[in-house]
Design a protein around this ligand. Sequence first.
Ligand code: GLC
Length: 431
Amino acid sequence: MKKTILFITGLLVTLCGSAKYYPSAEVQKSRDAFAADRFGIFLHWGLYSTFAQGEWYMQNEDIDRDEYAKAADGFYPHNFNAREWVKAFKAAGAKYITFTSRHHEGFSMWDTKQSDYNIMHTPYGKDIIKQLSKACQKEGIALHLYYSHLDWTRDDYPTGRTGLHTGKNPKKVDWAHYYQFMNAQLTELLTQYGPIRCIWFDGMWDHDSDATPFDWQLGPQYELIHRLQPGCLVANNHHQTPYEGEDIQIFERDVPGENTAEWNTTAISRLPLETCQTMNGMWGYKVKDQNYKSVDELIRLLVRTSGKGANLLLNIGPQPDGSLPAAALQRLEGMGKWLKKYGTTIYGTQAGPAQGGEKYATTRAGKKVYLHVLDPEMKEISFSLGFEAATLVTAFGKTKHLKWTQTGYNFTLRLDNDKDAPDNIYEITLR
Ligand code: GLC
């Protein structure tokens, strides 16, 4: 009987591409922990960092893969210190990091046995992921790994709409071989580096213009991940409605529901949400890109994503020598200071009852609603509390009762804002 059921399920998976996914208790636990975290650090670091032109340099400048690969012989990040990195992220209030194990260029940042194009074959010769995983375990920070589905260097990857001019041999395309390669790499990552809380895929959009839809065989790959580490979450930055087997919905460069990036047209699902955003313009280190968002802007972004019930995955592009840009460290410090004081209104909260774009946001924890006023010029605010009734309102951390009214759903409060604060927080206690 069991065999027959397994056979039918297998058949359905083969026919439909993906079976209905029921997250295990371990996955549910990771989803809950993830959703409470609210703030993580994204790290784009790879061979591309040595060119200091961002992680798309190879594709943007049509660089020949063999010429590009020569950079591996000069990669020597002598200032890299995993523990210092992770300590700085922790002090900033981040609860997890997402590290690019292998980006579109195809270079692996760990001791992979599946290809020589990796960090062990540089003068540096040390496994970056091993060092990061140790540091994360010591500091109590969760480790997520970014993994590119597309590859601009390997012949076996069936090139899509990018990586067309990097000197690959189209006669050597071999999807079955590439798929096996990816799964072997994922197996290494999930069996040799302790707990990995999430595999974060990217690059599927490379085939979004194919005449016949490309079959990425996601189902069995996701199953492999969940089998190797039952608590590991699966995320995919494909900008589409989440597929079966995925545990997180990602909004690249957007607060969920805002779609300023133009590719975030999908509805917000019931999965845990994550917004990923850059501190400056590019993900990978780019020497010219000094257009950093201010600490205040980043705080407001974190508040706005929290208001939507989403995490903020804030990116840093480490320098070729392995150090973090001074501008990024300064932002981290500022956020850490703010979160130390106001973290109660962010961590472990849920989406609040009302969101006002750039002007205000609300988060909620139990019977508390935290109103974050982001525009200090606002004198009064009105929004719906739904069926809930307010009983008491104070400025966050203060005891003085403030004047408010509630008529039906509509709650109104006179504001007394500090004009210099990035966010004026008010605490509304519900009955
Ligand atoms: C895009 C870019 C990629 C980056 C990712 C981060 O998919 O292609 O370079 O890593 O966004 O969200």
